[in-house]
Design a protein around this ligand. Structure first.
Ligand code: FUB
Length: 326
């Protein structure tokens, strides 16, 4: 029997895990992480060091229980369209089915987003034969709201979002100039069967308190990757990683499409280059699931998933968390 989990400590230590998407299904907390492999890799800006091949699903019965690894839920070899790099996934439940959404590079080395279905939140998941038509880039996060479901996605640099500014893939496209509006994540409503987009993905606008779009050179605040959407007191909270400045930040909007007004920092930088998270309410408390590279002594591509409690102020803002604070 493994030990009960503790806040701010690795959920599991027998495998490296990252990019946790946490959801409450069937009364338990299920966590859908990337599964980092124990490979020696040289880090580069293209993210080649993140060379993952499968997904494991984790679960917690409560905050103090042992973490269960349900084993391999989906493997690269079983996904016909995907060539490499199973990056940050998310899961959703609708129509009596569990859906696992995941990015991977296709056989042309272009990141796309796929979907796999299963009867249990723990998997296994059977992939669709092709990626979601019209999907691109990385880091899907799905909000189910009644009959509707929305996918948020997109990531700069290795996640290729810069290459889709025209709506087509332009292999050598650069990002906007520092004084131009930053690229936003994309959102698209999913079809009723959750297997396709109901609409062409739209770009989300993240603005400052005066309503001006954040600029590409504003690396402390602009969108980089890892979107997450949750609702609190009727408002829509879009949170994400600032990438090159290594923070988790958030912005608030009145509807799923935005615009979203920038608010502040949720999590200050962690050990390792990437930071990635999810936010979930479970048994009356709000939790932040995140990762760092502490378990491997700092290797960017060998991360571990952790969690801590997330608290709101009375005005709906989120209290900043220091991952290694008292
Ligand atoms: O795990 C691979 C990539 O690193 C994810 O897709 C990004 O969000 C970053 O965490």
């Amino acid at each position: 029997m493994s030990k009960p989990v503790k806040r701010n400590e690795p959920l599991v230590t027998h495998i490296y895990t990252a990019d946790p998407s946490a959801h409450v299904f069937e009364g338990k907390l299920y966590i859908y992480p990337s599964h980092d492999l124990d490979h020696e890799q040289v880090s580069n800006d293209n993210g080649d060091q993140y060379d993952m091949e499968d997904y494991h699903v984790l679960s917690l019965a409560d905050e103090n229980s042992p973490c269960v690894d349900h084993g391999e839920a989906l493997h690269l070899r079983d996904i016909p369209w995907a060539k490499q790099q199973l990056w940050a996934p998310d899961a959703a439940y609708k129509n009596g089915t569990y859906y696992l959404f995941f990015p991977a590079r296709d056989h042309d080395h272009v990141f796309r987003i796929g979907v796999a279905t299963g009867a249990s939140p723990a998997g296994p998941f059977a992939p669709q034969p092709s990626y979601i038509p019209g999907s691109f880039s990385i880091d899907p996060a799905v909000l189910v709201e009644g009959d509707k479901a929305y996918m948020y996605f997109g990531g700069l640099w290795g996640g290729q979002l810069e290459k889709w500014q025209t709506g087509e893939f332009v292999a050598d496209a650069a990002g906007p100039a520092p004084d131009a509006p930053a690229l936003g994540p994309r959102v698209a409503e999913l079809s009723d069967d959750m297997l396709t987009f109901k609409e062409t993905p739209r770009e989300i606008s993240i603005v400052d308190s005066s309503g001006r779009p954040l600029l590409a050179g504003d690396e402390d605040r602009r969108y980089f990757e890892g979107p997450w959407m949750h609702k609190y007191n009727g408002k829509y909270y879009l949170s994400y990683s600032t990438g090159s400045t290594h923070k988790l930040v958030y912005a608030i909007g009145d509807n799923p499409y935005g615009p979203f007004v920038f608010q502040g920092t949720i999590l200050t930088p962690v050990i390792g280059w990437t930071t990635h998270h999810s936010i979930v309410e479970f048994q009356g408390k709000w939790y932040l699931f995140y990762h760092d590279s502490s378990l491997s002594g700092g290797a960017d591509n060998k991360r571990c998933v952790k969690f801590t409690e997330l608290k709101y102020n009375a005005d709906g803002t989120i209290r900043t968390i220091e991952p290694y604070g008292p």
